[in-house]
Design a protein around this ligand. Sequence first.
Ligand SMILES: *[C@@H]1O[C@H](CO)[C@@H](O)[C@H](O)[C@H]1NC(C)=O
Ligand SMILES: *[C@@H]1O[C@H](CO)[C@@H](O)[C@H](O)[C@H]1NC(C)=O
Length: 991
Amino acid sequence: MKDIKKILFSFIIFFIIFGVISSKTTIKNSNKKQEPKLSSTLLNVHIVPHTHDDVGWLKTVDEYYSGTNMSISFTGVQYVLDNAVSCLLQNPERKFIYVEIAFFQRWWNEQTPTMQNLVKGLVESGQLEFINGGYCMNDEATTYYDDIIDQMTVGHQFLWENFGVMPKIGWHIDPFGHSSTQAAIFGAMGFDAFIVGRIDYQDIGIRLQDKQMEFMWRSSKSNPDDQIFTSVLRAMYCTPNGFDFENGDDPIQDDPNLFGYNVEQRASAFVEIANEYATHFRSNNVLIPFGCDFQYLNANMYFKNIDKLIEHINASPEKYGLNLIYSTPSIYIDAVNKAGLTWNVKTDDFFPYADDAFSYWTGYFVSRPALKGYVRQNNALLHMVEQMLVTSSSFLTQTQSSQLIQDIMVMRQAMGVAQHHDAVSGTEKQEVADDYAERLSIGNAASLETINTVIGKLLTSSSKSKNAATPNLSFCPLLNQSICPATNPLSEGSNVPVIFYNSLSWTRYEHVRVPIPVSNVSVSSTDGPIPSQVINYNSSYILEFYALVSPLGYSTYVISPVKGEENERPAEQVYETIVTKENTANPIVFENKYISAQFNPNDGSLISITNVTSGATLNIQQEYVWYQSSDGNYDSTQCSGAYIFRPNEDYAFKYNNITPIVTVAQGPISSSIRIFWSDIMVQTFRLYTESEHLEVEEIIGPIDISDNLGKEVVSRYTTDLSTDNTWYSDSNGMEMQKRITNYRPSWNYTVVQPTSGNYVPVNAITYIQDTSKNLQFTVLTDRSRSSASLRSGQLDVMMHRRTLMDDGRGVGQPMNESTQIITTSKLIFHDISEVAQSHYRPTALGLAHPLYPMFTSTQQSSSQWNNQYTGIYSPVDDQQVPTGIKIQTLQWLDDQANSVLLRIENIYQIDDQDKDDPKTISVDISSIFTNLSIASITEMNLTGVQKITNINRLNWNTVDNFKPSPKSSSPNSNVYSVSPMQIRTFVITFN
Ligand SMILES: *[C@@H]1O[C@H](CO)[C@@H](O)[C@H](O)[C@H]1NC(C)=O
Ligand SMILES: *[C@@H]1O[C@H](CO)[C@@H](O)[C@H](O)[C@H]1NC(C)=O
């Protein structure tokens, strides 16, 4: 009785809230949401009709939407939605869920207002429910946290604006393993549960036996409040065998006058399945998905038969003992929650994922590394342009702003699509990978145009530039290939002002590298000449100097060809010289005030890194090795492919068997050693004067397959650290995960694949530690890849792969990509201590968001140019952004209403080493921006659509009795405290 009152009460509240939403979104229908008809005595079978629509895989996203290329895959999402909606309108009992907003948005935009109103009615009545609601169902291993948050935000904003709804359930039924950060992000968005499909075959075997298919996942040590109830599907996400009505399984025939009457046998078969499912779950509810990839193309075939199944089984509860309902994941989770059970707690993640003993899905962590790198670069560009549009708004007219904000939607959506679990993961067909890259390049071009306009305005924003022409900017997207036509005017005697933008919220003093066409230049900051060096390698020139750039701002450096009598400091010329036995002392040593690094003069290889202050030395050897991709000839027919890494044997071969040409360049800005084996394998180590780390740049590929062998190329670091079979890898760029060789924290692991079973995803950071010596060796990466530690002191980082066979998981193509990557990593040797984080976190973020150069040219001298233009832009008071705080997002919501989405992140995490120091940091939001005055601050859920105070997540009992603290905001002040790894989201309005 009490429960019914509670339900009634929440219903009334619901309609009050709904009333408010309806008036906002002008929903005319007055469809009432029906309470699900649950039984307290019978097993409730929640039939969830769904379609799993990959945002690109075998076909491109638009081909899937429109139904083009039916020969590849006979489907079209536009028809799926047409038909499913029409089936819902026919029978108010029916329900359907929809997940991928990239598709739904395409469909919605094509509907008439009448149809849109009908659909709003379906959403209001609960017949159509949005689940998950991201732009796509993102991959979890190879995505960066910025990108996950952004793509979920694009989807949720669409749903909020059009329907006034916020999804409640994470539905990642297909991604190939699950990350701690994904779970915590879903928690911080306000989701009530996370439903997953694929977990390790050993893990699920035990969970099925022990009824541990549902549990509390407390994935973040730093943010335990973001724990999320997690449910594993019994048998993946497709309709149980025999009931796939759209694909040829027998219909339910319930007319006894017709031949083929079968409803009783079919009902019994279904009851058997439902009862079997139920044996693995603890409440008297089971969720049975009805649907699969791109199904409901002929929705009527499904709904008509499910109608009959439900009607027949529910008519005889005493005979069948089941209560079947049309349901959704949120109805199911509510029902499980009401059971009031106490749940076990899981704290580790779900990587790596294997679906059988020979099939570890650890290849896709690295597949298509060029696409992975391009996605990361475009994340940096998108965040830069978004924040730039906000901070520069007072220099733009309203019309300009609106247009520019519109323009970057292209990039947001291209990035949204690229996070799909067959996009950045590299598990799509080659043509589809090309489509993702093309979308990104269109977004990229639109962003550069926007930047050109905005920076032009900023450069001419002061009164001194009244009569000055707005400089036209050019960009050098191929900078890492040492190609930069934007500096060509130097060879005609012009000066080249280069503007570096810093999208991180702290001041950076960093080395920069600019290819130039001439050998003798000088560099001036707005304060005058600064030191620089030009590396001369076979008459191609790279200029290096240090740039100092304030947060979310830019600084200008003018490069001038040296004509003789200039009052400017010419760059020091540094020649790369070939290392020979005769000219080189043994070994080669680079040293700055922090570290020294020693290299072997015979082959250029790294020997050691020393902390010059403490004298601590890391003996280290780095080499490239490769595993031979399995072609299915040993033990199992499983091949290595886009998803699966399966070496033919556990032995790794040396990748470079020839003696390289080694060259060295040492100057006032940097020292570097280049090891050249061939055009397809070049490695350069660099030590800059002002850095605590060693940079390594690698040119790898196209991988040679002239021997007809697929190859998985690994950079292997072997050190003298004693690492106790333990290494660490980040989760989507956020919290570190402890990894132990041949071990799983959640179950007693049987080792079957000693190599591929130990690979885990790395998005930015991986390290090994020697706790007895208190020393750590860290590798920071510029894109997602993978790491393993197969021996004590060893850290393997997989760099590239090219496989010649398909691995049988659907893509139907070998991952035979002939790309070259140019990639930069940072190697840090440092103490394990609380300050450890202050070494690798900001550096890792710097690698993800490099200082971004923009070029122009002028006949004016550096001082003339600086007299006319605003060479330094600094919209943020860096005194007001405490160390450890990152402005994660600054993005327009509504420029008419002057409202902006702001996310503030604490970049540190809680560590075992410093439990006593929670590192919570306070920020006064109103004082961050120097030229924007804040009118209001409202704290929101992570996707920024719902007020934090309106989020009421379900309460769950756990075995350890942990209770998350209620979400609160600090409404009486502008000062917010941000705990480690926490991201707080705000809508702020400006005056
Ligand atoms: C692993 O096996 C040991 C001994 O058989 C047992 O004590 C332990 O509880 C098991 N651990 C897990 C996580 O199942
Ligand atoms: C180098 O050693 C000094 C003295 O022990 C220490 O303060 C410093 O943090 C070390 N540097 C790194 C990068 O760990």
